[in-house]
Design a protein. Structure first.
Lengths: 304, 278
């Protein structure tokens, strides 16, 4: 698997696959299983200042083409969450990406200070959850000014490199990524799920209790791919390509668009808990066939 | 890919089992196995996992205690009204010939265990496999706070080769005290290989696991954890320290696996993910 070794900022990943935030990321043991199933690193489920129960069920559903969820950022609070992060680091030395969200820029700073007391290697800043707008208003990730302010506030407090997680639904996502870079972000995650809906036609109602949810899975892939492609053109900092990656082919395409790491989440629904290993094997197989020795060789190659 | 097999189907019959306990029947071929669960959706309220109480291959039944907002809403619903059903999900109790089953039910746990006893001894009431299991006998133990809360007495009494034992906290019926008090004797006096199966409050289940460990007796336990997706994606029902999801690798786990789940009988996580001690 040495062909897949990836350097991301100051850390070496055994492969570029990172468990995406919100999937299997609640407990240390569950994240450690993802590592054993082939993840190069993991991202925790986002935590906030106070505990949140999230939305009532149904919180997620899937079809052949898309997965959709509105969990509503349930989490036991950053103070509880960091206990699990410490446990994770006792189990494995795989890189750990912390993930936070908050309602205001100052609260982002506050949560950053607390999460940085735990042994996270990176801090992902979730400014783009599509499922809590009733509470928090339009996601910050649509607004250049908000992204700039939050990035600066988090950077001031963070003791680890900061990754800003954007939404491919913002028409100007590349411009927003540039703003984050200029404000000091160390990397971009592109990106979150996009807003959507599923209706149960027999019940004649939206399936999700929250009605609206975040679309992931295969349907999201081309949208995320284009976002990564556009962002790669405008920034110099590395990108975590996330959204609908389900196969090794998807993963390779994402690297060719310019991604350094690859977030994988909903693929677990389509191909099981060992999907990470499967994608790694498929990437390696393709690289052998095409005489590619490292991912570095093909990173961003679609731009040439 | 997971097949959630979502249905939106009418309630075909409602049977009152006791005060605030009702069974809802659905004319739908679920083909579930005893111990498995479905996700039940009451639109605009919630969607929750429930283990299956009856399945004869053509229809199935779910028994509810009126407990929270979702079951309260259900109790207002009438025959003909529809609810969402997804599943069946999860693992089931083993079906073994030439085995003496000791089934220990606490509260609602009598529902899936009643289904198991029927599937072994009085098909087609037990659905799925329509053959009667050879050489099987059952001690069916039910624990409840008082005699009015003893579920499925008549149902269990109809099953061949099955002996019913009751324990109530207040002694209003059967043994006064815990149902676990009589378990050791039943294991010791069995003439065949014993399989203990249990579904009920976790601290009762933990006691049973301890007894089975002491006596080196096989057992299978239904472990309940807060669930969201039901298909092993969200990680809400992952258990420490092995991190497996109870919606996929549970709810029914064998003794060896239960012993690896060190949080069993100690704590669980609420809907936010916060650890709550029993």
């Amino acid at each position: 698997m040495s062909k897949l070794k990836t350097r991301f900022l100051d850390k070496e990943f055994k492969n570029p696959i990172v468990l995406a935030s919100g999937i299997l990321g609640l407990t240390a043991a569950s994240m450690n299983n993802a590592v054993n199933n082939g993840c190069g690193g993991v991202t925790v489920k986002s935590v906030s200042k106070d505990a949140r129960p999230g939305h009532p069920n149904p919180t997620m559903t899937g079809t052949d083409h898309y997965f959709i969820n509105a969990v509503g950022l349930s989490n036991p609070s950053v103070a509880e969450g960091i206990k699990e992060f410490a446990k994770f680091k006792e189990m494995t030395n795989a890189p750990l990406v912390g993930s936070i969200f908050a309602g205001t820029p100052d609260e982002f700073a506050e949560v950053t200070e607390i999460i940085c007391q735990s042994p996270i290697d990176f801090l992902e800043v979730n400014v783009s959850c599509p499922n809590v707008s009733k509470e928090f208003g339009t996601p910050f990730a649509y607004d250049t000014k908000a992204v700039e302010v939050i990035t600066k506030k988090v950077k001031e407090k963070s003791t680890v490199p900061v990754i800003i997680k954007l939404t491919p639904q913002a028409w100007n996502v590349a411009e927003i990524a540039k703003v984050a870079e200029d404000a000091g972000a160390d990397a971009i995650c592109a990106g979150n799920t996009i807003s959507g809906m599923a209706i149960d036609i027999r019940a004649r109602k939206p399936v999700l209790h929250n009605k609206q949810g975040g679309v992931s899975g295969p349907a999201l892939f081309p949208v995320a791919l284009k976002a990564v492609y556009d962002i790669y053109k405008t920034v110099k900092i590395p990108i975590i390509g996330t959204g609908g990656i389900t196969t090794g082919e998807d993963a390779i395409a994402m690297v060719m668009a310019g991604a350094s790491l690859l977030g994988v989440g909903s693929a677990v629904y389509y191909r099981g808990q060992d999907v990470f290993e499967k994608i790694n094997n498929e990437m390696t197989e393709f690289m052998k066939k095409e005489n590619i020795n490292s991912l570095e060789e093909i990173r961003g190659i679609a731009h040439k | 890919m997971e097949n959630n097999n979502p249905q939106f189907i009418p309630i075909s019959k409602i049977v009152e089992e006791a005060q605030d306990i009702k069974t809802f029947y659905f004319e739908h071929s679920l083909n579930s196995k005893p111990g498995q669960f479905i996700m039940l959706w009451v639109p605009e309220h919630d969607q929750k996992p429930f283990s299956i109480a009856y399945d004869d291959g053509k229809s199935f039944g779910l028994t509810f205690f009126k407990r929270g907002p979702t079951t309260t809403k259900l109790f207002d619903m009438k025959v003909g009204e529809r609810v969402g059903i997804e599943g069946p999900f999860g693992t089931s109790f083993s079906r073994k010939p030439d085995t003496h089953y000791i089934m220990v039910a606490g509260g609602y746990g009598a529902a899936p265990l009643g289904f198991l006893a029927e599937s072994l001894l009085s098909p087609p009431a037990g659905g799925g496999d329509a053959r009667r299991a050879e050489g099987v006998g059952v001690d069916f133990c039910v624990g409840a706070r008082n005699k009015d809360l003893v579920l499925f007495k008549n149902r269990i009494e109809k099953i061949p080769n099955t002996k019913l034992h009751i324990a109530t906290d207040d002694g209003s019926e059967g043994h006064k005290g815990y149902i676990t008090d009589i378990l050791s004797n039943l294991i010791d006096s069995a003439e065949k290989k014993v399989l203990v199966v249990t579904c009920g409050p976790e601290l009762m289940e933990k006691k049973i696991l301890n007894i089975c460990n002491e006596k080196n007796t096989d057992c299978e336990i239904s472990i309940e954890r807060y669930m969201k997706c039901g298909v092993g994606i969200c990680g809400q029902c992952a258990v420490d320290p092995i991190g497996i999801c109870m919606c996929k690798e549970g709810p029914v786990v064998k003794r060896e696996l239960a012993n690896k789940i060190t949080e069993f009988g100690k704590y669980h996580r609420d809907k936010s993910g916060k650890i709550i001690y029993f």
